[in-house]
Design a protein around this ligand. Structure first.
Ligand SMILES: [Zn+2]
Length: 251
């Protein structure tokens, strides 16, 4: 979902550790200038404004973590899988290039939130959810983010499908297109664009990777157990998840 027309606002992909002196390899770190070691903090009017952005970002993050049923379900699921997420250690509000809105840094297991590009709470909620799905995938499976584009494709499909990235569009176009068909098209399209934003691969390669794993990854709804198309769907999924948890705890 984008405040800027057709730009994919959550070009938010797992990134590798920085390459030593790497100019040639470009895995997407160019999008996150503050992750580069040469980025120096500056004291200027600009820096002061960024502090304000940073504060707003932290506040919106806190609200997302405490009130979004999508985020709460994912946090619980990760805790259950042995990957407890800590707000202060696993999230970072930073400035990003272009219209990127977030990313998952698998080297540090940190979720980057682009404080200069996220201005609304609903957008923050979606980005946090999208990135937590990458973090969940990273936790539960050995994901080879950087040399196996199919792994990345699968996580992008899941993130687009389950985070609500495609739900608003659905709301607007459900009278024009078949709802289900449109949702699939949106998920495929976003996954391809996400891969292209951070990997130097051709469009054909990205499409092939997404299409090759689409069916199995699109139908993998863990840990939601469904596609949460709306906040009330997500609340329902969260309640079910808690009950499932309680049920197993009593066995
Ligand atoms: Zn992503």
């Amino acid at each position: 979902m984008s405040a800027r027309g057709s730009e994919p606002m959550d070009r938010s992909e797992p990134r590798p550790p920085p390459q030593e002196g790497a100019e040639g390899e470009d895995f997407g770190y160019r999008l996150f200038p503050e992750r580069r070691s040469e980025a120096k903090p500056q004291r200027s009017f600009l820096a002061t404004s960024l502090l304000t952005f940073n504060h707003k970002c932290q506040v919106m993050l806190k609200i997302a973590l405490n009130t979004s049923p999508y985020a709460q379900l994912l946090l619980d699921a990760m805790k259950q899988s042995g990957c407890t997420v800590h707000e202060d250690r696993h999230f970072a509000c930073e400035d990003c290039d272009g219209c990127v809105s977030g990313g998952f840094d698998s080297a540090t297991s940190q979720i980057v939130l682009c404080q200069n590009n996220i201005h609304q709470q609903s957008h923050m909620n979606r980005v946090v959810t999208h990135e937590l799905i990458h973090a969940f995938d990273h936790c539960r499976a050995h994901v080879d983010w950087f040399s196996n584009v199919k792994h990345l494709a699968c996580s992008e499909i899941r993130a687009a499908n389950l985070s609500g990235d495609c739900s608003l569009i659905n709301e607007m176009t459900r009278f024009k297109f078949g709802l289900k068909q449109h949702h699939q098209t949106c998920v495929r399209d976003r996954a391809i664009r996400s891969i292209l934003a951070v990997r130097k691969v051709s469009k054909e390669t990205a499409e092939k990777a997404v299409d090759g794993v689409f069916d199995s990854c699109f139908n993998d709804h863990e840990p939601f157990g469904r596609v949460p198309h709306s906040k009330s769907d997500a609340k329902y999924a969260y309640r079910n998840f808690q009950n499932r948890d309680r049920y197993y705890a009593n066995l």
